[in-house]
Design a protein around this ligand. Structure first.
Ligand code: ADQ
Length: 459
């Protein structure tokens, strides 16, 4: 049986026993795959050294072998904070206004991908399957091919693929996309992102896409398809049933004092539509005076990517906006927004989700969005809550029974909250059952099996 080599920017190291806090769904799923295939997980350690040495740190946790390398400060600036998070992330989330095109970012990105290729290549045996993840490492497959690697190599993109008209604003876009043709399989979260990719290939590269997913450009053929990622449903249900989750649920319910909780859980990122969400909620408060004091929004949003300026700016603007809304509407015994800038463990989150009557998941653009699926999985089947979901999240294609909204429209968000509050229990249960069946069935194991089957040439 082949081994599986997973390569991603960071390796999700399992926490040592006793430190608490389970891993995220992706880490759990990939760890399970690596155990099944006796593989190796390769990536950046998160540490910075004076000069790149190519030294590899090997570790083994819970049956999963990992190999990590350290990077130089310049690498981190140009590759991670630069090209990945200031160029590709905004552009791929349709924010060309925020995308920065700096030549040094591009060369740093190439350099780090070369460094990954150089160091990982000797660890790969001829029969191994290689699975590369996300926008940080798009050219890695081509780099490995240049070094003579002939293994099956797959790539999965966790974020959206932008429309061709936006992507062409990226200098050297052709080079980036052509490098993808080195893979055997390219996976996207949804058919929409796949279509944008195919459209680019046909318009810009003169390629040809077949109905079975084969993409031809010149003499290269690649299989490109949608593989929507799911959550680890079983693990999340267990987390939701844990004593800690029940405690978290009780704590939030008690502090709500009979009011409805609306929950939002996101990394603090402009793609998540937090300012638009707050504005939609403000519109709801303005238009529904009878609801003042009867509900509140709990927004959990730990800061991320603090070294990138736009992230500092969004943090400041949300501090200000939540303060303004609270100042406008609060009473001595009620604040409309509880805005919390910290992360929580999975058990706590599961408990909070269960205590919330409504979840507001309103990204402006999102590859998939796992929070929407976690919220569904955490509900009480006898009395489930309501998911309000952006139509621009990949998850909207699967969770059709959510209340789908346009996240740019304050009125849409406000109307959906009103509708959710008034929704009869039978309708809540009917909608939840349909969504839950999908979240349970199309889970992370299903995702991984489908992708790996395609990588093995069976899909
Ligand atoms: P993200 O943009 O990080 O992921 P998401 O899919 O929502 O977005 O996953 C976030 C994960 O982090 C969830 O498991 C969530 O529970 C957790 N999380 C978020 N806020 C948290 C908090 N305050 N405390 C604790 N945990 C928190 C990228 C893409 C997505 C895609 C995923 C997986 O942008 O579109 O769904 O990868 O492919």
């Amino acid at each position: 049986m082949s081994r599986l080599i997973v390569i991603s920017n960071r390796v999700a190291a399992p926490k040592p026993e006793g430190e608490g806090g389970a891993q995220g769904g992706l880490a759990v799923a990939l760890s399970a795959a690596l155990r099944e295939y006796k593989g190796l997980w390769f990536g950046w350690s998160g540490r910075v050294t004076d000069a790149f040495t190519g030294h590899i740190d090997f570790a083994r946790h819970d049956g999963v072998a990992s190999a990590t390398i350290d990077l130089e400060a310049q690498d981190v600036d140009e590759y991670y904070n630069g090209y990945a998070n200031r160029t590709l992330w905004p552009l791929f989330h349709y924010r060309i206004d925020l995308a920065e095109y700096d030549r040094s970012f591009g060369s740093g990105y190439e350099r780090v991908n070369e460094r990954f290729a150089e160091t990982v290549q000797p660890l790969i045996d001829p029969d191994d399957l290689v699975w590369i993840h996300d926008y940080h490492l798009i050219p890695l497959g081509a780099q490995l091919r240049e070094r003579g690697l002939r293994n099956r190599i797959g790539f999965f993109l966790h974020i959206p693929w932008p429309p061709a008209r936006l992507l062409t604003s990226l200098p050297a876009h052709e080079r980036l996309v052509l490098s993808l043709l080195a893979y055997d399989v390219i996976g996207f979260q949804t058919p929409e992102w796949l279509e944008s990719f195919q459209n680019y290939v046909e318009r810009e590269l003169g390629g040809h896409c077949e109905a079975d997913g084969t993409v031809h450009v010149g003499d290269r053929s690649v299989h490109a398809a949608a593989y929507p990622i799911g959550i680890d449903y079983k693990e999340f249900q267990e987390a939701a049933a844990s004593a800690q989750a029940r405690e978290a649920c009780a704590r939030l319910t008690e502090s709500a004092a009979g009011r409805h909780t609306i929950i939002g859980v996101d990394r603090l990122d402009y793609s998540k539509g937090l300012a638009e969400r707050f504005e939609g909620y403000r519109r709801f408060l303005e238009d529904n005076g009878d609801c003042l004091g009867k509900l509140f929004l709990l927004q959990i949003a730990p800061p991320s990517r603090g070294e990138v300026h736009t992230y500092e700016a969004i943090r400041e603007s949300l501090d200000e906006l939540s303060g303004r809304i609270n100042g406008e509407f609060a009473e001595v015994d009620w604040v409309p927004i509880r805005y919390v800038n910290q992360g929580y463990g999975r058990e706590d989150l599961a408990g909070f989700y269960r205590a919330a009557k409504i979840a507001l998941v309103t990204p402006l653009r999102d590859g998939m969005n796992l929070v929407a699926k976690e919220y569904v999985a955490a509900q009480d089947p006898e009395d489930p809550g309501i998911l309000i979901l952006s139509r621009f999240a990949g998850a909207a294609l699967q969770l059709k029974d959510a209340l789908l909204v346009n996240p740019y429209s304050k009125e849409d968000i406000s109307d959906a909250i009103r509708r959710a509050i008034a929704m009869p229990k039978e309708e809540r249960i009917r909608r939840w059952r349909a969504m839950n069946a999908c979240v349970a069935e199309e889970d992370v194991v299903w995702w991984r099996r489908n992708f790996v089957a395609a990588l093995e040439g069976r899909g």
